[in-house]
Design a protein around this ligand. Structure first.
Ligand SMILES: Nc1nc2c(ncn2[C@@H]2O[C@H](COP(=O)(O)OP(=O)(O)O)[C@@H](O)[C@H]2O)c(=O)[nH]1
Ligand SMILES: [Mg+2]
Ligand SMILES: [Zn+2]
Length: 302
């Protein structure tokens, strides 16, 4: 490296703020944090506003409905009709919203999320909550994780460092569970949630003493696709007690702040097969239900 080059690289280091997720050193040339894959765009925009961002992560097994839920959530926040309003930051947040909504409008569900963490779509939205006496503003930052990556990391901690960094930094988790899977395959979903719960406990270094309200993250269990599962829609708490008893107990003991919700993004859908015999679920009309409530609860409780 000649002196001009080393001057350039020194400048790139000195001007870049540390990563907003893992505090790792970044350079002005990085598009993503090399450590945790958080886009530099999020770090830049959050540091400019000089606030400490609120990481709310949406987790759950593959196919739980995370991508669709996040896209719809963004769309509702930006509609701004309610007490909770959001302004999306950066091209990637808008891209996620667009991808999900335009797919639904064409009566299909969006493509699956890639496994490589740098291809994940990140959502960043400045959310204003004016439902209480005091107006509260938070930076809502959430990666759209691939479910397989989460599952791999739970089995072999360290496979996806990005997941670990983000979990450590997260104040509230929305744990999405496919309500039909829970109804028909309760034990498996219960086990996944247990693994997720103990991973969070371990990564956040929660000891017996720290399990007080203030130090534990808020956990919102969200039963998705409840348009196809009336039991979950009717009484999500009871549905959890009946079908995921182990994780219910785990939450009661380890996460003093937890709540249970049910959600769906479509009013109705059907399984249709094409000429080759492949079966796909086709959404008929967009009718979000219970999408905003878990986020609102998470903001107020973390
Ligand atoms: N009936 C119904 N199906 C849904 C809903 N949300 C998602 N799905 C289905 O679940 C599949 C997986 O959703 P996706 O968001 O990609 O899951 P992810 O892997 O957790 O990101 C979709 O392709 C749809 O078939 C919903 O609200 N209702
Ligand atoms: Mg996805
Ligand atoms: Zn980082």
């Amino acid at each position: 490296m000649n002196s001009a080059e080393s001057y350039q690289s020194a400048l790139a280091y000195s001007n870049a703020p540390p990563c907003v997720c893992c505090d790792g050193q970044m350079t002005t040339l990085d598009e993503f944090c090399v450590e945790c894959q958080t886009p530099a765009e999020i770090t830049r925009s959050v540091r400019k506003r000089a606030t400490r961002p609120h990481f709310i992560s949406v987790v759950g097994p593959s196919n739980a409905g995370k991508t669709v839920f996040l896209g719809m959530l963004l769309d509702i926040l930006c509609g701004g009709a309610r007490k909770l309003k959001g302004v999306p930051n950066g091209a990637f947040s808008i891209a996620l919203q667009e991808q999900v909504i335009s797919a639904l409008e064409q009566r299909r569900f969006p493509e699956k999320t890639p496994n490589e963490s740098d291809l994940w779509k990140w959502l960043h939205c400045v959310v204003t909550d004016s439902s209480g006496k005091q107006v509260k503003q938070v930076d809502f930052v959430a990666p759209d994780f691939a479910g397989e990556a989460i599952a791999m990391e739970l089995e072999h901690a360290g496979t996806y460092p990005a997941v670990s960094h983000i979990v450590q930094r997260t104040a509230a988790f929305l744990l999405l569970c496919d309500s039909v899977e829970v109804r028909d395959n309760g034990a498996r979903e219960d086990l996944f949630a247990m693994k997720m719960g103990s991973y969070i406990t371990q990564e956040q270094g929660l000891s017996e003493i720290s399990k007080t309200r203030d130090l534990t993250p808020a956990i919102a269990v969200v039963f998705t696709k409840c348009d196809t599962c009336p039991e979950a829609a009717l009484d999500p708490r009871r549905f959890m007690a009946n079908n995921m008893p182990r994780f219910r107990d785990y939450c009661q003991y380890n996460f003093p702040r937890h709540e249970v919700f049910s959600a769906s993004v479509v009013g109705s859908s059907a399984l249709l097969s094409n000429d080759t015999g492949a079966v796909a679920r086709v959404p008929f009309h967009i009718q979000p239900r219970g999408v905003i409530e878990p986020l609102h609860w998470a903001i107020q409780n973390s």
